[in-house]
Design a binder for this molecule. Structure first.
Ligand SMILES: *Cc1c(COP(=O)(O)O)cnc(C)c1O
Length: 366
């Protein structure tokens, strides 16, 4: 059996007609920047997130950079970032002119560990970026307490966690501001790039609005330094259709995860932990396995594609100054063992059973 890591066709087939209609409308109007679909998406996404404001932009990386600038982060500032995340989280800090300071992660959720945060705080520390990695919410309640005590701004990177929540409250609504990516493979994905920033703070929203549009308050009135970062009209029209299906797709991901939980032998691998009261939206289903590289090759031979998110913690990338590795035991250990199994809405129970059988067999044979 061949099982791809992801197959985006499955979730698009059933809504192809709606997507075509939405795209045709954009083509017929020939209005390709801004306009109604973009305004509509910002309203709909804010309402879905139960938050005041949504400012759309070009992608999730821009969203992070714009949000950091809106928060006033600049040269000389330090920003706390988990040592395990997609490189964009730290890259945005650099682009804002500040310094990313890496914090080790919680060994169960793989998100930034609140207990390890305070030792990295100094007088230059201005903000913290919790990343809801793989779709599991970071420990927002604990992190907000720390942020309050040390007067840090909180920017939630929700690129992997659309629709995740803690005690029913969606992630992205805990901090001062939050960012999303609509890269095609994310839980809510466009057919190209897209991103958004959400906040309850009107001043921050206004700042983001200005920065993403050349600092323009209105045409040719520039009141700050900005840049161009826009959600295309066509992508907004597509996202308006797809947002209606996000809850259904989230439930499908949860169902796939429940099959993995059922068929994987916990004696062989560590399955994802889900903390009490949180909704894990399984952007990725990540297991820990000894002999990970051999298992990965074995699965490839059996037709199962897997990936590693990410082969190296940020603390091992040469683009950053060398880090004191003794502070990063958890990420260093994880990087040897993590393996992302196929995960997408529409993956079938037989396929998951097949994958789990291969994994169980690999360990039984060795
Ligand atoms: C995907 C991702 C981003 C960046 O989003 P793009 O739209 O690709 O720029 C940022 N942070 C995390 C955690 C991501 O997974």
């Amino acid at each position: 059996m061949q099982v791809p890591f992801i197959d985006l066709r499955v979730s698009h087939t059933s809504i192809k007609k709606q997507l075509e209609e939405a795209m045709t409308e954009v083509i017929d109007k020939a209005h390709f920047i801004g306009g109604e679909p973009v305004d509509q998406f910002e309203k709909k996404f804010a309402s879905f997130m139960e938050i005041n404001k949504c400012v759309s932009c070009g992608n999730g990386t821009d969203a992070l950079e714009i949000a950091l600038k809106a928060l006033g982060i600049s040269a000389g500032d330090e920003v706390l970032v988990p040592a395990y995340t997609w490189v964009a989280t730290a890259g945005a800090v650099i682009r804002a002119g500040a310094k990313p300071v890496f914090v080790d992660v919680d060994p169960e959720t793989y998100c930034i560990d609140p207990e390890k945060v305070t030792s990295h705080i100094n007088k230059n520390t201005k903000a913290i970026i919790p990343v809801h990695l793989y779709g599991h919410p970071a420990a927002m309640v604990e992190l907000l307490e720390i942020a309050k005590k040390y007067q840090l701004k909180v920017l939630e990177d929700c690129a992997q966690a659309h629709n995740a929540s803690i005690d029913g409250k969606k992630v992205g609504t805990f901090g001062d501001i939050a960012t999303f990516s609509f890269f095609p493979t994310k839980n809510l994905g466009a057919m190209g790039d897209g991103g958004a920033i959400i906040t309850n703070n009107h001043d921050l929203a206004r700042q983001c609005f200005l920065i993403r549009n050349q600092g323009q308050e209105k045409k040719n009135v520039h009141i700050t330094h900005g840049r161009n970062s826009r959600l295309d009209t066509l992508q907004a029209a597509i996202l308006n259709v797809k947002l209606q299906h996000l809850e259904e797709w989230t439930q499908k991901r949860e169902e796939v995860a429940s099959w993995y939980d059922k068929y994987l032998n916990g004696a062989n691998v560590v399955k994802p932990h889900v903390k009490n009261g949180v909704r894990h939206v399984f952007h990725l289903y990540v297991i820990l396995a000894e002999k990970r590289d051999a298992l990965k090759s074995y699965l490839e031979e059996q037709g199962v594609s897997t990936l590693i998110h990410y082969p190296k913690p940020l603390t091992s990338l040469t683009i950053y100054p060398p880090q004191d590795q003794k502070n990063y035991n958890i990420v260093n250990d994880l990087s040897e063992k993590i393996l992302s199994l196929p995960m997408y809405p529409g993956l079938k129970e037989e396929q998951v059973q097949y994958i789990c059988r291969q994994i169980n067999q690999f360990f039984e044979a060795s």
